[in-house]
Design a protein around this ligand. Structure first.
Ligand SMILES: Cc1cc2nc3c(=O)[nH]c(=O)nc-3n(C[C@H](O)[C@H](O)[C@H](O)COP(=O)(O)OP(=O)(O)OC[C@H]3O[C@@H](n4cnc5c(N)ncnc54)[C@H](O)[C@@H]3O)c2cc1C
Length: 508
């Protein structure tokens, strides 16, 4: 068994994944988390008796999460109760609504009801995007520590499926033709904080994943996943130190030797896993003299995702509304241009409302509900004064919800409330530019152009989380954690299995 000590900075999904896998392989694992709770953006937020997820609410590719638990010698279902969501979500446009399900025949009926004659596009979409996903996903599971990865057979076979020169919108319009129907399958680019008109067509696999493998809720909220990972880690002897911020990496001659905590203690380590937001960590935790490619000056020139304006509302009633609803702006494209190009706040905004209490009553006292609202907005590069906008925008968002959803009298039912603005994400959650979905997933910032899981600039430092390869979103973040754990295991001669093949998915 390994005896080396691994220090992990940050108890977000990426850090916890690496930590529990490494602890199961016999490493001595010490996690240092700045906040008083585990989970990072995937932490639990409580307002009195109301329970919310701070960030993630859609669990996709559940099988990847299951594999992570298996790599840590555990079974996810022994720690978590999963709900397969059917329907998956309701999309609300000004002139029609559409309910999405991962049941193919019912989904075709839904499409037929609003876009008669277009329903067969679904078969073509599932067939072609299945092939794309099955070729691309194994590439995302590799580390891109050297250019050799581009010559691996798995990557060469995937090249025809990259669709990198087309946008997600252009790629998927070929199946659905109608602009609004296409939007129903392309809004998922927002999961990466990008617009479907600029997001590389490679990410057309995102909507496919929903239809092929479904969307899940976890009883108590998705933050329970982070809590469960921390328990698995501790059961294997790992330590979790909450409220313990790291001050900086200790570096000797280009090699990381441990971490210095803000309380002044030094913790020697044979390797360090860095899960803190990548760009912010480069500015705060790594002495700048060691950085070249990822120096803070270089990071200023990179492109970043949008941010989110959040409302967490404890209501004294339960609305009869879907678990997940997405309300589209009247002019969705213009709304996205406001967010990413003009960098201004849209009055004609799109928003996402999560009414999870209809599935999971544990989130609020009986007869009440915990409602989570996410509005995509520009990141902190925009000249928006969030101190003055906080209340004004909150009011506009509530007006929008009242006007466009069944929550018409929502203002009369608010018992508890919390707002998070992009400025809060930056200052309270240490997220660079408040860009909640990290470095943008543009072609020049993907694969080997994204920060490698074995950090190129410092020996013994391993990077995990949404700002690193393979990218933002829980399944890929879990993959970053597994890749880093495997790189560390290989370095210290600890054997480990290759990721299992993809499970059988829906589709022709
Ligand atoms: C609002 C929102 C909604 C999202 N929705 C979804 C969704 O539905 N589905 C999905 O798959 N993904 C979603 N995501 C994206 C992504 O899954 C989450 O952001 C995820 O939590 C990011 O994980 P991470 O490993 O990058 O680390 P983070 O969650 O960012 O965790 C990093 C940790 O490092 C800690 N840290 C920072 N500095 C220090 C320091 N100096 N010392 C010690 N600790 C430190 C932080 O406190 C934090 O706990 C969403 C993100 C947001 C923000």
């Amino acid at each position: 068994m390994a005896k080396e000590t691994i220090a992990v900075i940050g108890a977000g999904p990426g850090g916890l994944t690496s930590a529990m896998i490494l602890a199961n392989r016999g490493f001595t694992v010490k996690v240092f988390e700045k906040q008083d709770v585990v989970g990072g953006r995937n932490a639990r937020l409580e307002l009195g008796d109301f329970r919310f997820d701070l960030g993630p609410t859609f669990l996709m590719m559940k099988f990847i999460l299951d594999e992570m638990f298996e790599s840590a010698g555990a079974r996810s279902e022994d720690y978590l109760e999963f709900f397969h969501l059917d329907p998956m979500y309701r999309l609300m446009f000004e002139d029609f609504d559409l309910t999405f399900t991962d049941d193919r025949e019912r989904m075709k009926e839904q499409i037929r009801a609003v876009f008669p004659g277009r329903e067969d596009g679904l078969d073509e979409f599932l067939r072609k995007e299945k092939a794309r996903f099955e070729h691309l996903f194994p590439c995302l599971q590799k580390d891109y520590a050297s250019l050799r990865a581009y010559f691996a057979p798995v990557f060469i076979k995937a090249i025809p499926y990259l669709a990198a020169t087309r946008s997600v919108f252009d790629n998927l319009k070929r199946y659905f033709e109608e602009e609004q129907l296409t939007l129903c399958f392309t809004f998922q680019s927002k999961y990466l904080g990008m617009s479907p008109w600029t997001c590389p067509g490679t990410f057309s696999i995102l909507p496919y994943l929903e239809h092929a493998y479904g969307i899940y809720h976890v009883k108590g909220g998705l933050s329970e996943i982070s809590g469960a990972m921390a328990r698995v880690l501790q059961e294997r002897g790992g330590e979790v130190h909450l409220g313990t911020p790291v001050e900086q990496l200790l570096v000797d001659d280009g090699k990381v030797t441990g971490v210095e905590l803000q309380n002044g203690d030094s913790v020697p380590a044979d390797a360090v896993v860095l899960n803190a937001d990548f760009s912010q960590a480069m500015c705060d935790l790594v002495p700048a003299e060691w950085l070249r490619k990822w120096h803070p000056d270089a990071l200023k020139k990179k492109s970043y995702s949008c941010s989110t304006f959040m409302l967490y509302l404890g209501l004294d009633k339960v609305y009869d509304m879907a678990h997940h609803s997405i309300v589209f702006a009247g002019d969705y494209r213009d709304n996205l241009q406001d967010i990413t190009d003009r960098m201004i706040l849209s009055d004609d905004m799109s928003l996402y409302v999560r009414n999870a209490t209809v599935t999971d009553p544990t989130l609020a006292p009986t007869g009440k509900s915990a409602v989570y609202v996410l509005v995509p907005v520009p990141n902190c590069r925009a000249e928006i004064d969030w101190d003055s906008e906080r209340q004004t925008y909150r009011d506009k968002v509530l007006d929008r919800i009242a006007a466009r959803t069944p929550m018409t009298d929502i203002r009369d039912h608010i018992e508890a409330e919390r707002v998070i603005t992009p400025a809060d994400w930056e200052s309270e959650h240490d997220i660079y530019e408040g860009a909640t979905f990290n470095l943008a997933h543009s072609l020049g910032q993907m694969l080997s152009f994204r920060p490698h899981n074995a950090f190129e600039e410092l020996e013994g430092c391993y990077l995990v989380g949404g700002g690193t390869h393979p990218g933002s979103g829980l399944p890929t973040i879990y993959e970053s954690g597994r890749i880093a754990a495997n790189l560390i295991s290989a370095r210290f001669g600890v054997p480990f299995p290759a990721p299992p093949p993809l499970p059988v998915a829906a589709g022709p």
